[in-house]
Design a binder for this molecule. Structure first.
Ligand code: BES
Ligand code: ZN
Length: 459
């Protein structure tokens, strides 16, 4: 029996184990889930040990723990792959929009519904099972493998950089593999070669030092909620461009060849509108939807609040108003510099009777990886074998800041082999993972490791 047969024979058990993993509510953002985070880390560590890893440990950080494992089974002449994934998930709210409990994984047809199913527990678990299958059938692994599973990806990976720096020698590898993205369709695999960076900030606008009666003061005191809305309205121009002066200065223009490549990425506009649940698209003039969502920088409000939001009316001028916003950045924008540009623009457009405070929440760099490495070729052939179709190369609009961190600290590129689907509803109620992709993902990783090992052999 080879590893592929093994994975097929054990498919149901693999799915059952994934469901066990999904049952642990490892919500990194919510302090009440601290113990669940520990539980998820230990559960994952246990599965690495049962897959055969001689050393797998749960390592504390000042935040949530990191799971680190190493299996140098293939010897010093073979390449070493660093597998990264995250076991934390986004908060499940709003709960009443879930058809089944976010932490009661439910299989409907070929999909498993649960928070974290695709992002990223299901995809991270693909590696654990691929490695188990390889080891159980080959007695060893075709490549050396190191695993780094973190619990703070969804909250900005604050403690990961110091952790990676401190353990750089232990983590040294030839290439990294990350599965935390999606392919274009069930039978349309892709490999991501660029991710956007991110900068998240929070704004606090203060007007009067206490709430005021709107009949007594309204019209003569600038209401911070009105003011904040005017400020926010000035963050984009009429063409859908971000209006912060200097925002585009360092954006690397898209070369005509790359635009042509992106133009050939299979894209079904009607399906895209359907997935998003909108009747029309919107955005920066002069760019296609694919370009706007992957290769151009953006700014979005994620929340805005203040004043009275309870039942009925309350005639009040609130003392404060708040907003959270995120910017998606592309090469060569520097997230910290972009936050400073935003800060100066806000200072300019905030009227004198209001005061505005900007707090930076988290920053993450984007990444562009080589499109023609040996590892990418191994991934390409692996997808072709598992999915029966060669993958296309695409940019991804989401952010996985660890990719830039791995490049910066360990000096290696990452292969982004996603197994999710565009309609997985990441970060949203009714998140799901398509189980055939779980199985094909396991097969892809098995082939990837075999091809990588073969590519490394002296000619
Ligand atoms: N898995 C996502 C990244 C992603 C999103 C890939 C969409 C493909 C499509 C990842 O877990 C994530 O959500 N990252 C955050 C970044 C972070 C700094 C909070 C994101 O992109 O919002
Ligand atoms: Zn993720």
């Amino acid at each position: 029996m080879d590893a592929i047969d093994y994975a097929r024979a054990h498919r149901q058990r693999f799915v059952d184990e994934l469901c066990e993993f999904l049952r642990i509510p490892s919500v990194s953002a919510q302090p009440e889930h601290r113990e669940d985070m520990e539980r998820a880390a230990h559960w994952l560590c246990g599965k690495l040990v049962s897959a055969g890893f001689p050393s797998a440990r749960v390592m504390p950080t000042p935040g949530h723990p990191v799971v680190l494992a190493e299996w140098l089974a293939a010897g010093p002449a073979a390449p070493t792959v660093l597998v990264y994934g995250h076991y934390d998930v986004q908060p499940p709210e709003p709960l009443d929009e879930w058809r089944t409990g976010p932490f009661e994984p439910t299989v409907v047809g070929q999909d498993v519904f649960a928070r974290g199913a695709a992002d990223d527990k299901g995809q991270a678990y693909v590696y654990v099972k691929a490695i188990e299958a390889l080891a159980a059938t080959g007695g060893t692994l075709p490549v050396n493998v190191k695993c780094l599973f973190e619990g703070e990806e969804e909250i900005g990976s604050q403690h990961l950089e110091p952790f990676v720096r401190e353990h750089a020698a232990e983590l040294a590898s030839d290439v990294a593999a990350v599965s935390d993205t999606h392919i274009l369709g069930k039978d349309v695999p892709c490999i991501v070669y660029a991710l956007r960076g991110i900068a998240c900030v929070e704004l606090e606008v203060t007007g009067p030092d206490h709430d005021l009666h709107s009949g007594i003061y309204g019209g003569a005191v600038n209401n911070p909620l009105n003011g904040l809305c005017r400020i926010v309205a000035r963050l984009h121009d009429e063409q859908g461009r971000v209006a912060i002066p200097g925002f585009y200065d360092r954006v690397r223009p898209l070369e005509p060849e790359e635009r042509a490549d992106l133009g050939r990425v299979p894209f079904d506009r009607a399906a895209w509108l359907g997935e998003a649940g909108v009747s029309a698209d919107w955005g920066e003039a002069g760019y296609s939807i694919v370009e706007r969502t992957t290769a151009r920088p953006t700014l979005d409000l994620n929340g805005i609040w203040g004043g009275y939001t309870g039942v009925g009316a309350k005639t009040v001028l609130p003392s404060k108003a708040f907003a959270k916003l995120s910017m998606r950045l592309v090469a060569d924008q520097d997230p910290a510099q972009i936050v400073e540009l935003l800060r100066s623009y806000l200072a300019q457009i905030t009227p004198p009777e209001l005061s505005l405070e900007l707090r930076s929440l988290h920053l993450g760099e984007g990444a562009v990886v080589a499109r023609d490495s040996a590892a990418l070729r191994a991934a390409d052939r692996a997808y072709a074998r598992a999915f029966g179709k060669a993958p296309v190369l695409v940019r991804e609009g989401g952010s996985i800041p660890v990719v830039a961190l791995i490049k910066k600290v360990l000096g290696i590129d990452t292969v982004l082999m996603g197994f999710g689907l565009p309609d997985d509803r990441l970060h949203s109620p009714n998140e799901k993972f398509h189980l055939p992709n779980f199985s094909r993902g396991i097969e892809t990783v098995i082939h990837f490791m075999n091809h990588l090992s073969a590519a490394h052999e002296p000619a």
